[in-house]
Write a protein that binds this ligand. Sequence first.
Ligand SMILES: C[S@@+](CC[C@H](N)C(=O)[O-])C[C@H]1O[C@@H](n2cnc3c(N)ncnc32)[C@H](O)[C@@H]1O
Length: 276
Amino acid sequence: MAVEAPLEPETVGAGKSSALPTPEKKHEYVRAMFDAIAPRYDLLNSVLSARMHHQWRRVAASEACLAPGGTALDVCTGTGDLAFELARRVGKAGAVIGSDFSAPMLSLGEKKRSKSRSETSSVRFALADTQSLPFPSSTFDAVTVGFGIRNVADIPLGLREMARVTRPGGRVVLLEFNQPQNPLFAALYRSYSFHLLPFFGGLVSGRRAAYEYLPSSVAAFYSREALSALLQDAGLRDIRITELAFGAVVVHSGVKPLTSGDADIRPTEAGNGNRA
Ligand SMILES: C[S@@+](CC[C@H](N)C(=O)[O-])C[C@H]1O[C@@H](n2cnc3c(N)ncnc32)[C@H](O)[C@@H]1O
């Protein structure tokens, strides 16, 4: 059952950060927010991204480098779209779990799954906190997160958990919003995300504060380089960065080493990578 979101969070700072909860309140604030906006989440994703989010998920799923019969975990899965994309890659012989701490988001994913006749029908959902995953170490070929890691209260802990449950040689993939680096596009993006997005998001969901939280949380999020460093701190290597939507969306991926070794950070072929 949806819990009423505390839509007037205790705030930190001013300006761009004013829609953010304090770090102590973030965990519960985020959960209540997604419980509350779950019924309109998929619709707003499509409207606010002009349906581009499907393409972004396909890029992230490719970075997971899964083979038919493989295993994957998608944390902060929400209504399961990235988990479904992974399931298409591993096929019916594989196994994909989508985990999230919002029961209303998961139950919408479960509804989509039960209507599916394709390989996506094999996705299983689990109610779980990304900061304390209920899976043994070194379990999955790939562990992914789509637009979720920014929302986790303790992001380094969430990344360490993702790395822990990845098997040696497996991959961790993050799909997340970030700041565009082109100054002109950055200005356009700021205007869209701080004005139009809260307006439409509020209109459709009735929860404007949730769509004010979104751009504020992106503005307060780690840079590409800082996120790469966190992935390395979590024990991952071969960090790759792929930019999408003029850099407003970024895919980070890293490999859990077979044995411990030196980090090797390299840009993608598109030449958009950053060196941490
Ligand atoms: C923006 S949604 C992304 C959903 C989905 N991955 C997608 O790509 O559409 C963020 C999700 O992260 C979940 N979340 C945030 N913090 C979490 C945590 N600590 N543990 C589990 N799920 C979490 C929320 O419940 C929400 O479903």
